[in-house]
Design a protein around this ligand. Sequence first.
Ligand SMILES: C[S@@+](CC[C@H](N)C(=O)[O-])C[C@H]1O[C@@H](n2cnc3c(N)ncnc32)[C@H](O)[C@@H]1O
Length: 294
Amino acid sequence: MNIIHTPVMTNEVLSFIPNDANIAIDATLGEGGHTQLLLDKGLEVHGFDRDEAIIEKAKLRLSQEKKFYTYNQKYDNIYDSLPKQLLGNIDFMLFDLGVSMFHFKEASRGFSFSEKTSLNMALGLNDKTAYEVINNYHEDDLIEIFRKYAEIKYSKSIASAIIEKRRVKKIETTEELENIIFHATPKNLRYSNTHPATKVFQAIRIEVNDELNILERALSFLPKILKKDGVVVIISYHSLEDRIVKRYFKEYQNTKNRSSLFNVLTRHPLIPTEEEIEKNRASRSAKIRAASLV
Ligand SMILES: C[S@@+](CC[C@H](N)C(=O)[O-])C[C@H]1O[C@@H](n2cnc3c(N)ncnc32)[C@H](O)[C@@H]1O
């Protein structure tokens, strides 16, 4: 089987597993890279992913494992999906946010504009696709998404170029969208290091998959899932996700009169070593925050 994704910051992730841990949740199973390491440590692993196709890959990869269970669910549904006897009994929990290399290179759902395919970007269990966002959203909503999720300065010109094109014909492919974005970007920025479509595609993906709202909801369930002293590790890849995680831990740390409090284990987020970034460029923006339930 062809495994595409390299798990990031594995030593750092493993260093947070409590000594006497037995049961773990991998909230973002993907192809099972991190889960494999947790299983190798002797943990029972409950792996969640909203993408059915990638769960099938993980199942094949880990088919020999006895203590491995999968759930095709979004991670804000962990509390409702986990067998009740496990609630409050989880020793270790990992969130490796975003998408997998599988999505960029194999899924053919238009996550990357270098893949010439139809506009989709749905990870699974979605109520919309990129096609719907691009062809149905009001201009102001497109501007808002580009600004909020990717801090794009020329959001308005991209949104109006989209509206203009779709008046003539629906925008159907990644190639068409990339072309529109490219020509709506000021000339002096078209050939900078990052292609102008990269951030726009990221913003659309966040919207299609409702990534930030789901993350906030998932965090709110942690105190009911983890055991006392249980640890959660969150790997984020952009500042919006990291801000949500940082704020959540801050809010629940040192706050009096709360029934559950977190002990933050990373005063500053951990980042990958130069060596890891050299071997795996996809790891370059990763940041780890970890906390234990008091
Ligand atoms: C970065 S990859 C995880 C890679 C994995 N740690 C590995 O080593 O193979 C993130 C995974 O999270 C999944 N995912 C994204 N948002 C999700 C959500 N809200 N609920 C469940 N899974 C989600 C994606 O489908 C993807 O497979």
